[in-house]
Structure formats: C-alpha cells, structure tokens
Design a protein around this ligand. Structure first.
Ligand SMILES: Cc1cc2nc3c(=O)[nH]c(=O)nc-3n(C[C@H](O)[C@H](O)[C@H](O)COP(=O)(O)OP(=O)(O)OC[C@H]3O[C@@H](n4cnc5c(N)ncnc54)[C@H](O)[C@@H]3O)c2cc1C
Length: 407
C-alpha cells in the first residue's frame, strides 16, 4: 500500500535541513513526514539507543488516521494488546465491577489501539531509520539563531547549522527550557503523583487490568500479555507537588511507602516490589500549556509543547497528530513563520479539547473523595453490560488536511 500524507513541496532545489531533538513518538513521526516532504532530517536522542519500555499507550481517533496514512496501521493492529477486561476493586479487594476496557476509555469500538509504548517507538523508528540521520547518545547544548539558520552546538562537541529545529524531547523538554525558560511557567500540576515499575506476575493475570481504589489512592496491576511480568502503578492525590521527593529516588520510594502504609489488597506486596524495582519511574501528573509553540526557527511538538498527561490517555495520539500537522504546515508554507502559525492554528483547538478531558484532582479513574468514588463506582456498574462506552468527541475532533477522513 502506498502511504498517503501531507502535500509535498517540490518547488525548491536545496533540501531544507531540520534537526529534531527526541526519538520517541513525536520525533520519528515528524521525521517520517518531513522526509516524505523532501526535507533532510537529523534526529538527535540523548539515550544511547531507542528507548523501550513504558506503560501501554493508546492510539485513537484522528491519530489512527495518521498511522493509517503512514501505512503502519496493520503492524499496530498486530501489536494491539486487546485487553480482555478491567476489574475495579474496593479497599478490601472485593470486586466493584469488571468491564470492557473500551467502555472505560470511551474508545471507538474496533478502531482504537493500545500498544506497548516501546512497540510504537520501534515501528516508527523502523519507518525512517534508512532515510533519516539518527544521532544517539547526544543532545543539543546550545542553539544560536542570530545567523541565517540555527547554529547548533551538540554535547558531543559537534557544531552544525540547520534551517529549522524541532524539540520533540518530551514533558521535561530541554529545547523548551532553552527557548522559553523554566518548565514551571508552563506546567499545570493535576494533583496526583504516580510511581510505575514492573514486577513479577505471580497473580496469574493475563491481558487484563486490576485497579484498586480508596479515596485519593489507587493501585493497578496491568498484565499486557500472558507473560511473567506486570506493569505496577501506584497513584495518589496531593494538593501540591512534593518538590523535595521529586529530587531523590530514595525520597520518592519513602513517600510512596508512607502514603500506602496499611493499604489492603495486594498493595503491601506492590510497595515491596517498588522498593526493589530497577525501572521505577516517579513523577507528578501534569500538563504543558504554552501560549506559543515556536520561537524563530525552532518549534516544539508532542509532549514538549502540549503534554496532556497520562490521565487523558491522549499523549501519544496528540504527538502523532501534532507531528503530522507540523509536517503538513512546513510542506505547504515555505516561510517557517507562516508554517508555525498554521501548525498552531490547526492543532491548538484539538489540544485544548484533549487537555480538558481531565481537571485537577478530578480524574475519573482516581477519585479523591468518598462521594466521588461512590459516584464513579455507580457509573462503572452501569457499564458492565456495555461493550463500549460513549465515544469521546475530543479523540476525533480534528480532521486531517488534504485527505478524506476515515470512512
Ligand atoms: C521511556 C519512556 C517511557 C514512557 N512511559 C510512559 C508511560 O508509561 N505512560 C505514558 O502515558 N507515557 C509514557 N511516556 C510518554 C509518552 O511516550 C508520551 O506522552 C507521548 O508518547 C508523547 O511522545 P513524545 O515523543 O512527544 O515525548 P516522549 O515520549 O516523552 O519522548 C521524548 C524523547 O526525547 C528524548 N529526550 C529527552 N531530552 C532530550 C534531550 N535533551 N536531547 C535529546 N533527546 C532528549 C527522550 O529520551 C525521549 O526519547 C514514556 C516516554 C518514554 C521516553
């Protein structure tokens, strides 16, 4: 199948050179579309190789159309986790309800995909690795826009000039900080902290999620396949971010252990596993909200510009859609200022709708009060007999330019 995509600019002779910082989801997706539009693309990634791992991520709505146009929909369908059920538990481990994952997520039945983050990153990388230059184990040190292009000094000592630079370097983007200043200005804390790690699947779980809640606390075990490993997840409500704990892994472990002391179900075993985990990831749930996503010849894409937080489940979808729209804007506007303006015009409303899916302390899966938890549980019991819940309009609110929408 020939992939379809943004219009190509064939009117110029010299290839425009673009440097993308970050090789996860938005970076390689943007690299793919820019290469197809005639740009010479370099991707710099600070990790030594493509990063695997991470919780499963969702590709939904408009983003499904992006991956279809890339020609990778069949591969992603093969990689689809296809969880069988989500079981919600009370404080003592008794079952509240066991429902279809699609019913919980508001997903379009049969179309939305859930894949391991590492699988999506690997599929995207494989699409471009022969056509795009990858610089692993390196990163941007300084950017100088005073000349005709962007003079980039890399940490490795290399110096090169690009026509454009795009930061696809995630929630804690160095490119954003370099251009726009400290993250605090743009970070909207959503009232939760979380710890993710893997632990042995000694529970016999298979392609299913178990979620335990008490007001303000949640513990989840997610078996993405039939294998020996589980994704474990501990989430808790905090009105203010625990700034001290964020600085030290030891303090993070202590904080989580303190918060979950005395909890029921399998939580004590999870806390013990967290203590020994070598892949613990602790962070606050938050969003990046910026008035503009570019400055001069440098723009941001994906989480770097508009992270919606895992609470929306839309991070990877926004990254894929944002990459497509930015490439389309650059392919159709020779002038980068016009292109970046078109990119913002095209994507901002979609971003705003998706970021609005969650409000501070009000995530559906993580109620913070007794009353909110009871209300959530009542709704869940109603979903038991439904294969899918109501589809979220925000997931499909953007129609990609240039081509007919999905039938
Ligand atoms: C290892 C990993 C695990 C993740 N796990 C989860 C998860 O469990 N649940 C979830 O909801 N989301 C997770 N995410 C985030 C999720 O991938 C993003 O929300 C979403 O896909 C948007 O992707 P992105 O490419 O814009 O940003 P990200 O996926 O965050 O990727 C940013 C990339 O930039 C690289 N980078 C960072 N700083 C620099 C720098 N200075 N120079 C060069 N490269 C740099 C990073 O190594 C990374 O490869 C994870 C991301 C990573 C990298």
């Amino acid at each position: 199948m020939t992939p379809t995509g943004p219009s190509t600019d064939v009117s110029t002779t010299a290839k425009r050179r673009v440097l993308i910082s970050g090789a996860s989801i938005s970076g390689p997706a943007l690299a793919y579309w820019l290469h197809r539009s005639g740009f010479a693309v370099t991707v710099v990634e600070k990790a030594g190789s493509l990063r695997g791992g991470g919780y499963p991520i969702d590709v939904r709505g408009t983003a499904t159309e992006v991956v279809r146009r890339m020609g990778i929909l069949p591969q992603l369908q093969d990689a689809h986790i296809d969880s069988r059920r989500c079981t919600f538990l009370n404080a003592d481990g008794s079952v509240v309800a066991s429902v279809s994952p699609r019913a919980v997520a508001g997903s379009a039945g049969g179309q939305d995909l859930e894949v391991r983050r590492g699988d999506l990153a690997a599929i995207l990388h494989a699409m471009v690795r022969d056509d795009v230059e990858f610089l692993f184990d390196d990163s941007i040190d300084t950017l100088d826009q005073s000349g005709q292009g962007v003079d980039v000094a890399f940490r490795s000592g290399q110096q090169r000039t690009f026509d454009l630079v795009v930061g696809a370097d995630g929630m804690h983007s160095h490119t954003r900080e370099y251009l726009f200043g400290p993250e605090e200005q743009f970070h909207r804390y959503l009232g939760y902290c979380f710890a993710i790690f893997t632990m042995p699947n000694t529970f016999g779980l298979s392609r299913e999620l178990m979620l335990w809640n008490t007001p303000g606390k949640a513990a989840a075990l997610y078996a993405v396949g039939d294998n020996d490993e589980l994704h474990a997840f501990l989430n808790f409500h905090r009105p203010e971010p625990p700034s001290q704990a964020l600085r030290s892994p030891g303090a993070q472990r202590d904080l989580v252990a303190t918060v979950f002391a005395g909890a029921g179900w399998e939580v004590p075993g999870m806390v013990n596993a967290m203590r020994d985990a070598d892949d613990l990831f602790f962070d606050t749930a938050g969003q990046i909200r910026m008035p503009h996503w570019s400055s001069g010849r440098v723009a941001l894409v994906g989480d770097a510009a508009y992270a919606p937080s895992f609470l929306t489940g839309q991070g990877s979808s926004l990254a894929l859609v944002g990459a497509y729209m930015l490439a389309d804007a650059l392919a159709t506007n020779r002038d980068h200022t016009a292109a970046f303006a078109a990119y913002e015009r095209g994507v901002r409303e979609f971003v705003v709708m998706n970021q609005a899916l969650v409000d501070k302390g009000a995530a559906t899966l993580f109620p913070t009060t007794v009353r909110a938890l009871e209300q959530r549980n009542t709704k869940l019991r109603d979903l038991v007999t439904m294969p899918s819940g109501p589809a979220q309009p925000a997931h499909s609110a953007l129609t990609l330019p240039g081509f007919a929408p999905l039938p």
